[in-house]
Design a protein around this ligand. Structure first.
Ligand SMILES: Nc1nc2c(c(=O)[nH]1)N[C@@H](CN(C=O)c1ccc(C(=O)N[C@@H](CCC(=O)O)C(=O)O)cc1)CN2
Ligand SMILES: NCC(=O)N[C@@H]1O[C@H](COP(=O)([O-])[O-])[C@@H](O)[C@H]1O
Length: 228
């Protein structure tokens, strides 16, 4: 387990902002969208940690370039998920994190960990949930001949890709699409809805009634299209 700090830690930042940790496993393009959003002067959120289970995740380099503290907690270094997650919790607690964002974090989290972050942990998923939970979503949508696809931001629950939906964006599936072209079209929308969802949650605009998210008091999810 390794961690780095930054000079921005000393500044303490704006005390009114929610302190956010982003968990990544790969390239971190969604992380970059969150970094760019939180760099806005009116952001209600401040990213204080980027943590990865993969030391080679490019998302860690994105964080370092932005002056954000990083940590690596490699799941292979632990005998089981609870001990892996205990190490993650220690990093989050050390930085007084308020909100966790999963951004291409590719480990299933246990109910114990998820319970610590009830209604305070977001995930971005590359499908129009509840359709296509799990992995390989674009391939499956193409195999099924879907004409519409998209992405979702949801509050994380123990059940995979479940939980109250905050924002979704829809894209057309084009006749000549393959998984890569469809993924690229969806990713553009992921980079729009994830920052917007984090801003809403950090600003206190999200309430939850059972398993229904209310966005600014209105039943969610907000549904966006490419032209909104
Ligand atoms: N309890 C929850 N944990 C996680 C959720 C969630 O909604 N509830 N979201 C995922 C993100 N995710 C899809 O959005 C996802 C990530 C990983 C997997 C998965 O099968 N992981 C395997 C390992 C795969 C690998 O290492 O390549 C595993 O953990 O054994 C499914 C869905 C994050 N966690
Ligand atoms: N089930 C989780 C999942 O599939 N998440 C997906 O991983 C990609 C991460 O890209 P990024 O590292 O460039 O943000 C994103 O497309 C995200 O929706």
């Amino acid at each position: 387990m390794t961690a780095t700090g930054t000079t921005s830690e000393a500044s303490g930042g704006n005390t009114g902002q929610k302190r956010v940790a982003v968990l990544v496993s790969g390239g971190g393009s969604n992380l970059q969208a969150l970094i760019d959003e939180c760099a806005k002067p009116d952001s209600p959120a401040r990213i204080v940690l980027v943590l990865s289970n993969n030391a080679d995740a490019y998302g860690l380099q994105r964080a370092a370039k932005a002056g954000i503290a990083t940590a690596v907690v490699n799941h292979r270094d632990f005998q089981d998920r609870p001990s892996f997650e205990q190490a993650i919790m220690a990093e989050l607690d050390a930085r007084n994190v308020d909100i966790v964002c999963l951004a291409g974090f590719m480990r299933v989290l246990t109910p114990g960990f998820v319970g610590n972050w009830h209604d305070r942990m977001l995930n971005i998923h590359p499908s129009l949930l509840p359709a296509y939970k799990g992995l390989h979503t674009h391939e499956r949508a193409l195999e099924d001949g879907m004409t519409e696809h998209g992405c979702s931001v949801h509050l994380v629950r123990p059940a995979l890709d479940d939980g109250p939906l905050l924002i979704q964006a829809k894209v057309p599936v084009l006749p000549d699409d393959d998984a890569d072209s469809l993924a690229a079209r969806v990713l553009v929308q992921e980079h729009r809805i994830y920052p917007a969802a984090l801003r809403l949650l950090a600003a206190g605009a999200i309430t939850v009634d059972g398993e229904l998210a209310l966005v600014d008091g209105r039943p969610g999810p907000m549904i966006w299209t490419e032209t909104d």
